[in-house]
Design a protein around this ligand. Structure first.
Ligand code: ZN
Length: 423
């Protein structure tokens, strides 16, 4: 493409980008009349933040607060400050986040980052800050985790990310292609994305209803790449996915895009071998062609063509990092998978393929789990860990069989797709 063609094409996307912003504000963050909307965004996407704010006010938002960030400044902060600095969240920041949450704000996170922004930075600093935020901005954290506040993560491109996904294109053309990919992935490239998402959610509801009715005892995974794996499910497990609901009944979409129906498996009942089908991008490093062997829930052996040491560091985060916290089912007939792109971003890549996650499980994926302590969750099979790392195992020929408590076998996935029709 010539520069003029790229510029014209980018300008041509502006209507679709506005429809996407409207979708994110109205369906994702489900903004209500008079409500505060908090937009957290990279400063590089100020143009998109303005469209979001405009759409939020048009939808009746009471006020819009924008929290800007800049990766280069953040990197300088990590490079220059000692670990100790990150263990305390400044009082004004605590007040800001906690009071916004108490006031009932909806939180919208614009996801756009250089996948290698923090390469070479001591991971302890990053981990210390995220733990401090979790513990000290507790009202905010609980508001998001326990269904009090609406939240939504949606993507928008930044230059360094676009260049990573499309290394052979010029900077402008890479940005154009990443915008197109983001709109396509979010099912926002057509004339009426909001109706599209209502249809999309009906599919989620059907898949969740069937899975929850079967209440399988275990799933058996098989594919020609060597995956031969059995995964126990907890008594009282709940499949989640698609729209979420606050305690007061507001329906929202925490992730845009989202394609996964997921639950937390029994962390003590994983046995056999699983092979990856996509590279794993973790902390600015890549692992390729890898596998894990599980026995009684724990990884007992593993290998990789490239990046085995990254797997080692993940498995050694804590005692439970070698056990599973999530299993997610995703058809291969989704826009993200069909694009064939590696996004180097979990929001997108985890929605391309059936996956498992090592580490932390979800309390909402167990009946009564939100009222349980950490120890109670573990006792019911929901893993608790400081880490949560997704890896993709959805081969094109993946078959998954569900086995009920009475021993009945039900096809769940055949050749990488739902076994039942989901129309
Ligand atoms: Zn997932």
């Amino acid at each position: 493409m010539t520069n003029a063609e790229v510029t014209a094409s980018l300008a041509g996307l502006s209507k679709a980008i506005r429809r996407y912003a409207k979708l994110v504000v109205r369906k994702g963050a489900a903004i209500q009349p008079g409500q505060e909307l908090v937009i957290q965004t990279p400063v590089e996407r100020a143009d998109f933040a303005r469209v979001l704010a405009d759409e939020a006010y048009a939808a009746g938002a009471g006020h819009v607060t924008v929290l800007w960030s800049d990766e280069e400044i953040t990197r300088m902060e990590y490079a220059n400050m000692a670990v100790d600095y990150f263990s305390t969240v400044p009082a004004w920041k605590r007040e800001q986040m906690n009071s916004l949450a108490t006031g009932g704000a909806a939180f919208l996170f614009v996801d756009g980052a250089d996948p290698q922004a923090l390469r070479g930075i001591d991971p302890k600093k990053v981990e210390t800050r995220s733990r401090a935020m979790r513990e000290q901005c507790d009202v905010y954290r609980k508001g998001l985790d326990f269904g009090k506040n609406v939240w939504c993560i949606a993507g928008a491109p930044v230059t360094a990310w676009a260049r990573t996904v499309f290394p052979d294109l010029s900077q402008d053309e890479a940005m154009l292609r990443l915008w197109e990919a983001i709109l396509m992935a979010a099912r926002a490239d057509g004339p009426d994305p909001q109706s599209e998402w209502e249809r999309h959610n009906a599919t989620f509801e059907k898949n969740k209803r069937l899975l929850n009715q079967y209440a399988f005892d275990r799933l058996v995974y098989k594919s020609a790449n060597g995956t031969d794996f059995e995964l126990g499910l907890n008594q009282g497990h709940v499949w989640a996915g698609g729209a979420a609901r606050t305690v007061d009944g507001t329906v929202f979409f925490p992730n845009m895009p989202t394609e996964e129906v997921f639950t937390s498996p029994d962390c003590l009942r994983a046995n056999g071998v699983v092979h990856s089908v996509m590279p794993l991008v973790h902390g600015g490093q890549i692992v390729r062609d890898f596998w894990f062997r599980f026995e009684d829930g724990r990884v007992v052996d593993y290998g990789a063509k490239e990046g085995r040491d990254v797997l080692k560091s993940i498995l050694e985060v804590d005692d439970n990092a070698c056990m599973l916290g999530e299993c997610a089912l995703i058809s291969k007939d989704t826009p993200i998978r069909q694009s064939g792109l590696l996004f180097y971003d979990t929001l997108y890549d985890e929605n391309a393929s059936c996956h498992l996650a090592l580490g932390m499980g979800f309390p909402e994926c167990l009946e009564g789990g939100l009222d349980m302590s950490r120890d109670e969750l573990v006792a019911h099979g929901v893993n608790q860990s400081l880490t949560h790392v997704d890896f993709m195992i959805g081969a094109d020929d993946l078959c998954i069989t569900g086995i009920t408590k009475s021993g009945e076998e039900v096809e769940v996935f055949v050749d990488g797709r739902w076994a039942w029709s989901v129309a």
